[in-house]
Design a protein around this ligand. Structure first.
Ligand code: ADP
Ligand code: MG
Length: 633
């Protein structure tokens, strides 16, 4: 006999709403139904372990199958099953009312639903015009029943014959969702959502290559790994296991640098493995992300708000049943529990790095260049992490030696403190381009750091704020004497007329370059220092560099590059030029300048030391020097 009933809800037509609101995220129905099958299977294990079920458990695999002709997709389990009363209670009343609440809550914000739990069993109606539940409870002498509902609030329930314990959920896929009858589609979805579920999920048969085509074997095709590495105890795992699991997650990525196994049960539940990836390009950054799971069910790979921002660069898995998933992102970010989780992860990462630093410093040094992006990012964005990282953050000098910031400070303290007591950290971002400047610094016995990372400019800015009386200056930002001023500099004894004349002469001979400006200044650096040097001011260069990474500062990026042309008035050539020009009229100065071969040569040499002599100017320079050779020899 068939019993008829009306699903008891306030909303008469919840089904159209389900279809409409969840349009963009139809696929989660599969995750929900397979999760229910897993829950039913786990429940059976529990009742069996406490002795409430005495029968054979048998094969507990969950089977997903497609019947393309009948237009059905079926999820079958051998779990606890349901009696007619249970269907009435859990499907007709509770599940429906929670689906109803869920939709009510998210009516106005369809996006908030995406990727979150909550809709459960009724999400089947996103893709099916009719759903049947064929089920038999594990309880002794249970009567098998079939529930059927065609997407109206009316359902039928009838007694049937069913041999085996458990539940089949049969979806009659509707016309708009025929894609869910395709093997490839279901295979992709199972791989996305169910890859690490704790019960074997079977989808079709394993295939083999025979007589020039793929054919089914007798062996079930289990699509999941039921005991992924993060669910196992760290003591059971070898490096190899961690590396294999990484491969499982990201088949195409390079081997990671380090990993951290998270295992927390108080004050919240959280497990997971985070990997420090070896990043080769920005594409790697975008493609592989941390995956968030809830009891081994994939939820999302957008973890912003749950892990600290700088750690979103890491790879791996986080699994927590305590993260509220059926809520919106903005709520998540202010959630107390989530904040705690985020802080905890940050702390764990710092612990691990500190441990590596203490126990295997050479490992840290070896991998530093790849790691440094995370660490600098972390120090910049997370105050607590900054404090922790100060003990293990490294700097590298141009000889390739690594130092902690404390060690480095000790190294340079004596020689690189200026007359005002500031400690000057010298750096270069390109060993080749800035060779002349590095050389000049070394001649003074100074040490030079290499700072060629994406975040270095921001990072040194941070260090300057945090470390009292410290300044970071790139070697080519001024003459070395001016970068670290040791004593009061000799005054520049020039009259305004002399300066103007010199300015006129030099400026008229400087090359015209796009978005580039030169200013001339005068320094008394002694007879033996170079006559002309071209440098770029640290502050304006940094502003430009930072602006290229921050959209709000774009206007700095539009500004021209300004360079100082420093004339050493103590140098004999410049001194001669001063006396030759001081009494000349303006028109005569340009004439003088254009005929002054030495001046040309000095300017070109200064440009050349900076890598600024290019193209035609460089070619002219080379020709001129060859000609010089021919006539002189
Ligand atoms: P939830 O899983 O959050 O409880 P659902 O809407 O997904 O909500 O499911 C409602 C209820 O229906 C479940 O709690 C369970 O009691 C019952 N149920 C659903 N699927 C199955 C199944 N495959 N086997 C046994 N019971 C099930
Ligand atoms: Mg469920």
């Amino acid at each position: 006999m068939t019993q008829k009933g009306k699903i008891g809800v306030t909303t008469d037509n919840i089904f159209p709403i389900i279809k409409k609101f969840l349009y963009s995220d139809h696929e989660i129905f599969l995750r929900e139904l397979v999760s229910n099958a897993v829950d039913a299977t786990q429940k059976l294990k529990t009742v069996s372990s406490v002795g409430d079920f005495k029968g054979e458990m048998g094969d507990l695999s969950i089977r997903v199958s497609i019947d393309e002709k009948a237009g059905t997709l079926t999820i079958s389990d051998n779990g606890v099953g349901m009696t007619a009363e249970e269907i009435d209670k859990y499907i007709n009343e509770i599940a429906l009312s929670s689906a109803n609440d869920f939709l009510d809550k998210y009516k106005d914000n369809a996006h908030a639903i995406i990727g979150h739990f909550g809709l459960g069993f009724y999400s089947a109606f996103m893709v099916a015009k009719k759903v049947e539940i064929v089920t038999k409870s594990y309880q002794e002498d249970a009567q098998a029943v079939k529930w059927s509902c065609d997407g109206t609030p009316e359902y039928t329930i009838e007694k049937i014959e069913k041999e085996s314990r458990g539940t089949d959920i049969i979806l009659h896929i509707d016309d708009e969702n025929q894609e869910f009858l395709k093997k490839e589609k279901i295979s992709t979805l199972l791989n996305k959502y169910c890859k690490f579920l704790p019960v074997p999920i079977v989808f079709g048969k394993k295939q083999e290559w025979k007589d020039g085509k793929h054919v089914d074997t007798d062996e079930d095709n289990v699509i999941n790994n039921t005991t992924p590495a993060w669910t196992r105890k760290p003591v059971e795992l070898k490096d190899e296991d961690y590396l294999n699991f990484y491969k499982e997650l990201y088949p195409f990525a390079e081997e990671p640098l380090f990993w951290i196994h998270l295992n927390v049960d108080y004050p919240f539940n959280l497990t997971g493995i985070l990997y420090f990836p070896r990043i080769k390009s920005n594409i790697d950054l975008e493609r592989n992300k941390i995956q968030l799971y809830s009891n081994q069910v994939f939820v999302t790979d957008s973890v912003e708000g749950i892990v600290p921002e700088f750690l979103t660069l890491l790879h791996g898995v986080i699994d927590s049943p305590d993260i509220p998933l059926n809520v919106s992102r903005s709520y998540l970010q202010s959630d107390h529990n989530v904040k705690k989780i985020s802080n905890h992860i940050s702390k764990k990462v710092a612990d691990r790095l500190e441990e590596i630093f203490k126990k295997e410093r050479n490992q840290l040094e070896e991998k530093w260049d790849s790691l440094k992006l995370f660490i600098e990012y972390g120090m910049l964005s997370d105050e607590k992490f900054y404090d922790r990282a100060m003990s293990f953050a490294l700097v590298k000098n141009i000889e390739g030696k690594y130092f902690t910031l404390d060690e480095y400070q000790t190294l340079i303290k004596e020689n690189q403190t200026d007359k005002d007591g500031n400690l000057v950290y010298l750096y270069a971002n390109n060993k080749e381009d800035q060779y002349t400047f590095i050389d000049a610094a070394k001649e003074k016995g100074y040490d030079v750091l290499i700072m060629d990372g994406q975040l270095d400019t921001h990072w040194v800015g941070l260090l300057e704020q945090k470390i009292e009386k410290s300044r970071f200056i790139r070697v080519d930002s001024d003459t070395i004497e001016n970068i670290i001023v040791k004593e009061e500099t000799t005054e520049v004894n020039l009259t305004d007329t002399q300066k103007e004349a010199l300015n006129e002469v030099v400026k008229s001979q400087l090359p015209k370059m796009e978005k580039t400006e030169f200013t001339v200044d005068y320094k008394a650096l002694g007879e033996n220092s170079r006559p002309i040097q071209i440098t770029q001011n640290e502050f304006s260069r940094r502003m430009k560099e930072m602006s290229s990474m921050q959209p709000g500062m774009a206007f700095y990026g539009e500004m021209p590059d300004t360079y100082q042309v420093s004339l050493n008035i103590d140098h004999p050539i410049i001194a001669a030029m001063i006396s030759e020009t001081e009494s000349k009229e303006k028109e005569d100065l340009t004439q003088y300048a254009s005929e002054n071969k030495t001046l040309h040569q000095l300017i070109d040499l200064a440009l050349l030391s900076n890598g600024m002599l290019r193209g035609e100017a460089l070619s002219d320079f080379i020709k001129r020097n060859y000609e010089g050779l021919n006539t002189d020899s």
